[in-house]
Design a protein around this ligand. Structure first.
Ligand SMILES: Nc1nc2c(ncn2[C@@H]2O[C@H](COP(=O)(O)OP(=O)(O)O)[C@@H](O)[C@H]2O)c(=O)[nH]1
Ligand SMILES: [Mg+2]
Length: 327
């Protein structure tokens, strides 16, 4: 069901081969997590030992250590215990799939069906704090839309605040082989977006992806700027932006999730991308993100290259955390 719902999105379907390659990337990006607490959890549920209270205590401790977050951890542990009691399960090994099923559920609770028709241009707004991986994600998405789905892609350099941010996007655009609308550093971000929409309409663009600033300091009001950008997009293209992706850096842990929450209201976030999965041993952060942000995780960043992007699949993710032949 999970895959089918995503299947109606712009960037689907994946071929069997593509899905497999992405799953392999996810498995690789979770190597550190498996070497850490998730490998330990997998081991705890690999034995024929009887299920004891200590097992649950250990699981709780490990999940918290793995950045799952207190609330989500308790939710997961309690629901697994409920299942175990309901089925009269006695051995740790037999509880393993119950734990995994509850883990998968944490993600699936957020999935909502996408609209059946594809508007044009399809506008994707990308938001998140500085350094989260917005610009890199945009490059990966551009590459993906263009090369995998043959879409005409245009980028908009809406992070006009940070020095070199527009050049960085232009460099990535070149690498991905897509055009980019930029007015340089210091320009009005809303003006960039305005110009980009005109260009998209003129050039028959399928997908317009908009980069934004991520500076969270006072004085400069980022949230106001994001609202303004949203309004301009909506005024020029009713129904747009069609996707607002909140980018969260997996290596920033619970604090990163907390910071990301600031974007929910003003940016109208519809989806989440979790980046740098390859850079942390605490892949459990994905569970905390799903529960705290209350939006579906769409993408996982699995590295720094154009190809290092996987469509998020809850079952594949949980399987990868437990992957035995990779431990
Ligand atoms: N290892 C790894 N690094 C990433 C990933 N995504 C982004 N980065 C790195 O994170 C840093 C910040 O990325 P950038 O896209 O500039 O963040 P922005 O400020 O949100 O636009 C860069 O050095 C990227 O190469 C990822 O999935 N894995
Ligand atoms: Mg950037």
């Amino acid at each position: 069901m999970f895959k089918r719902l995503f299947g109606r999105r712009q960037d689907a379907p994946r071929t069997e081969e593509e899905a497999q390659r992405e799953e392999e990337q996810v498995v690789q990006s979770l190597e550190k997590s498996r070497q850490g607490v998730f490998g330990r959890i997998a081991q705890m549920f690999q034995t024929d030992d009887p299920i004891t209270d200590e097992l649950w205590d250990e699981l709780e401790e490990a999940l918290i250590q793995g950045d799952v977050g207190l609330e989500t951890t308790q939710y997961l542990v309690n629901r697994t215990i409920d299942r175990v009691n309901r089925y009269g399960t006695k051995r740790a090994r037999e509880a393993r799939d119950m734990l995994k099923a509850e883990m998968v559920r944490v993600f699936q609770e957020q999935v909502k069906p996408a609209p059946p028709t594809t508007p044009k241009p399809y506008v994707v707004l990308v938001v998140g704090v500085n350094g989260a991986g917005k610009t890199t994600l945009i490059a990966k998405l551009a590459h993906r839309y263009k090369n995998r789905f043959g879409k005409r892609v245009l980028l908009a350099a809406g992070d006009t605040f940070r020095a070199a941010a527009t050049e960085q996007l232009e460099t990535w655009a070149e690498r991905a082989g897509v055009p980019c609308v930029s007015l340089g550093q210091g320009a009005d971000a809303a003006a960039v977006v305005y110009k980009a929409i005109d260009a998209a309409l003129e050039q028959d663009v399928d997908v317009l992806i908009v980069d934004t600033a991520g500076r969270l300091q006072a004085k400069y009001n980022l949230m106001q700027e994001l609202e303004k950008i949203r309004n301009i997009i909506a005024r020029k293209l009713p129904g747009a932006p069609h996707e607002v992706i909140l980018v969260i850096d997996a290596t920033t842990g619970q604090n990163g999730v907390l910071q990301a929450k600031a974007f929910l209201k003003s940016a109208g976030v519809t989806d989440v991308a979790v980046t740098k999965m390859d850079g942390t041993a605490k892949g459990g952060i994905a569970f905390a993100v799903a529960q705290d942000i209350q939006r579906p995780i769409r993408y996982l960043g699995t590295g720094e290259k154009l190809d290092d992007l996987a469509l998020f699949d809850a079952q594949a993710f949980v399987d990868a955390l437990f992957a035995e032949d990779h431990r």
